[in-house]
Design a protein. Structure first.
Lengths: 166, 109
C-alpha cells in the first residue's frame, strides 16, 4: 500500500487509542500529587475528594441552588434597570427631573438585592474548619509514596502522641 | 498525615498555634468572591436608583456592612473556627470591591 494511506491509517489508530485512553483516564480517581500513586491506593480507593482529571469538582446541591437564585436576582435587577431606563426616557419627553425610580422598580430592587445577597453568601462555598483536629479535617488519604515507607521500626515502642480516631 | 498543614512541634514552654493553611486560603477566597459579587450588585443598584456623590459611597459602605454581618453569620459568629483573626472576616475585601462598585455605578448609566 502506498505511503499516504499507511500514514493515515496510523494516525487514525493513534487517535482512537488516545480517545479511548482519555475516556478511561477521566474516570480513574485522581492521585494526590503529580507523582503517580501506587496501584494499591487506587484499588483501595483511599483518595479523599471525588475529582475527575479535568479538575471539575462535583457541585453540592446548596451551591446549585445559590447559583440559580443568583441568576434570578440578576435577572430581576436587569429588568428593573430596563424599566428605569424607560422611565427616564419618559421623563425626558415630559421634561421633568429624575427624582427616583417608580415604586414598583424599588420593590423589584429590594427583592433582587435580597436574592443576590443570599446567593452571594451561599454560592462561593462553605467555610472549612481550620483546626487540624476537627472532625472534618481528618486525614483519610495516605501519602503517595507508601511503597517506600517502613513501619516496623522502633517507633512502635513509643506511646502515640496523638489520639487516633477511627 | 495527608493534608498539607502547618507543622509545629508542641514545645512545653511555647505552644505555636497550628491551623490548616489550605483551608484558611479557601475561606479567604470565599469571602473575596462574596464581597466582589456584592459590590458589583451594589454598583448596579446605585446606578439604577441614581445616587450621586457621597450618597453612593455611603450606600456602598452600608452594603459592605451588611455583607460583613452576613459573613459573620455564615461563620457561625465564631471566627476562631474558620479564620485566624476577626479582621479578616470584617475588613478583607472592602477597598478591592470599591473599584468594582464605582465602575458599575458610573459606566452603564
Amino acid at each position: 500500500m502506498n505511503y499516504v494511506s499507511f500514514s493515515l491509517l496510523y494516525i487514525r489508530r493513534c487517535a482512537v487509542c488516545y480517545y479511548e485512553l482519555f475516556n478511561v483516564i477521566n474516570y480513574l480517581p485522581v492521585p494526590n500529587s503529580s507523582r503517580s500513586s501506587s496501584i494499591i491506593l487506587r484499588t483501595l480507593n483511599l483518595v479523599g475528594e471525588t475529582k475527575t482529571r479535568s479538575g471539575f469538582i462535583s457541585y453540592t446541591q446548596d451551591m446549585n441552588l445559590g447559583f440559580v437564585i443568583g441568576v434570578l436576582g440578576v435577572l430581576i435587577l436587569s429588568h428593573a434597570a430596563y424599566s428605569t431606563i424607560q422611565y427616564r426616557g419618559l421623563l425626558k419627553i415630559t421634561e421633568e427631573e429624575f427624582s427616583g425610580p417608580p415604586l414598583n422598580v424599588v420593590l423589584e430592587l429590594i427583592v433582587g438585592l435580597a436574592l443576590c445577597m443570599w446567593a452571594a453568601l451561599t454560592f462561593p462555598g462553605k467555610f472549612l474548619s481550620i483546626h487540624p483536629d476537627s472532625d472534618e479535617n481528618r486525614a483519610v488519604s495516605l501519602p503517595d509514596n507508601t511503597d517506600f515507607m517502613i513501619f516496623n521500626h522502633r517507633g512502635r515502642l513509643f506511646p502515640p502522641e496523638i489520639t487516633m480516631k477511627f | 498525615m495527608g493534608s498539607p498543614e502547618k507543622r509545629s512541634k508542641d514545645v512545653v514552654m511555647r505552644d505555636i498555634p497550628t491551623f490548616s493553611a489550605e483551608n484558611l486560603q479557601k475561606n479567604l477566597k470565599v469571602i473575596q468572591n462574596s464581597r466582589t459579587f456584592l459590590s458589583i450588585i451594589a454598583g448596579v443598584l446605585a446606578g439604577i436608583i441614581g445616587f450621586t456623590g457621597l450618597t453612593g459611597f455611603v450606600f456602598y459602605f452600608v452594603v459592605m456592612l451588611i455583607t460583613s454581618v452576613g459573613l459573620i453569620a455564615k461563620a457561625g459568629f465564631s471566627a476562631d473556627l474558620y479564620f485566624d483573626s476577626w479582621n479578616r472576616v470584617l475588613f478583607d475585601g472592602f477597598l478591592g470591591g470599591l473599584m468594582s462598585f464605582v465602575l458599575f455605578w458610573t459606566y452603564p448609566f
